[in-house]
Design a protein around this ligand. Structure first.
Ligand code: SF4
Length: 178
C-alpha cells in the first residue's frame, strides 16, 4: 500500500490549501533524503539489512543511496573511524552541498565504542557536526530507521534561514569548515 506523506499544517477550505514555503520545502526534503553510507565496519552490515526487503528504507524516500557526496544530503557514518580516516570523512562532509545532515550510527561512530585506543577517533563529532546519534553496538535496523526518522523531523521543521544564520556559521567555523 502506498502511503502519502502527511501534508504540513496550514489553512484549507473548499478548493484551496495554504501554508508557508518553509513547511512545503521541509516536507519535500524530509521525504527525499539521499543518504551517503560511510560504512567502515560491522554497523555497515546492519545498514545493509536496513536497506533490504524486511526493513526497506525506501519506505522513507531514502532508497536512492549516493556514493558521491555531491548528490547526497544525509551522511550516515557507520563503524569505527580510525584517526587516519578522519580527514577523509571531513572532506566527504565538506563536499556535500547544503542543506546536509549527519547521522552517527552506533557506539564506534558516536564515541569510539569499545576501541578506546590511540588509533581510533573517539567520536566523529570531534571533526564534523552530528545531528542525530543512534546508540548500540550494533544498533538494530529499527534503531537506524528511528535515527532517519529523527533526521526527517529536523529537516521538516528547519527554517530556511537556519543555514544562513550567524550561529550556524560559527558552528561550522568551530570545526574549521566553511
Ligand atoms: S558499534 Fe559495535 S557493531 Fe558498530 S562498528 Fe562499532 S563494534 Fe561494530
Amino acid at each position: 500500500m502506498v502511503k502519502m506523506a502527511d501534508k504540513p499544517d496550514g489553512y484549507e477550505g473548499q478548493g484551496f490549501f495554504a501554508t508557508s514555503l518553509d513547511k512545503v520545502i521541509g516536507m519535500a526534503r524530509a521525504n527525499s533524503l539521499w543518504p551517503l553510507p560511510f560504512a567502515t565496519s560491522c554497523c555497515g552490515i546492519e545498514f545493509m539489512a536496513t536497506m533490504g526487503a524486511t526493513y526497506d528504507l525506501a519506505r522513507f524516500g531514502s532508497e536512492r543511496l549516493s556514493f558521491s557526496p555531491r548528490q547526497a544530503d544525509l551522511l550516515m557514518v557507520m563503524g569505527t573511524i580510525a584517526k587516519k580516516m578522519g580527514p577523509v570523512l571531513k572532506q566527504v562532509y565538506d563536499q556535500m552541498a547544503e542543506p546536509k545532515w549527519v547521522l552517527s550510527v552506533g557506539a564506534c561512530a558516536s564515541s569510539g565504542g569499545i576501541f578506546d585506543t590511540y588509533s581510533v577517533l573517539q567520536g566523529i563529532d570531534r571533526i564534523i557536526p552530528v545531528d542525530v546519534y543512534v546508540p548500540g553496538c550494533p544498533p538494530r535496523p529499527e534503531q537506524i530507521i528511528e535515527g532517519v526518522m529523527k533526521i526527517q523531523e529536523l529537516a521538516k521543521n528547519e527554517s530556511l534561514r537556519r543555514r544562513h544564520s550567524e550561529e550556524y556559521k560559527k558552528m561550522l567555523e568551530s570545526y574549521n569548515l566553511t
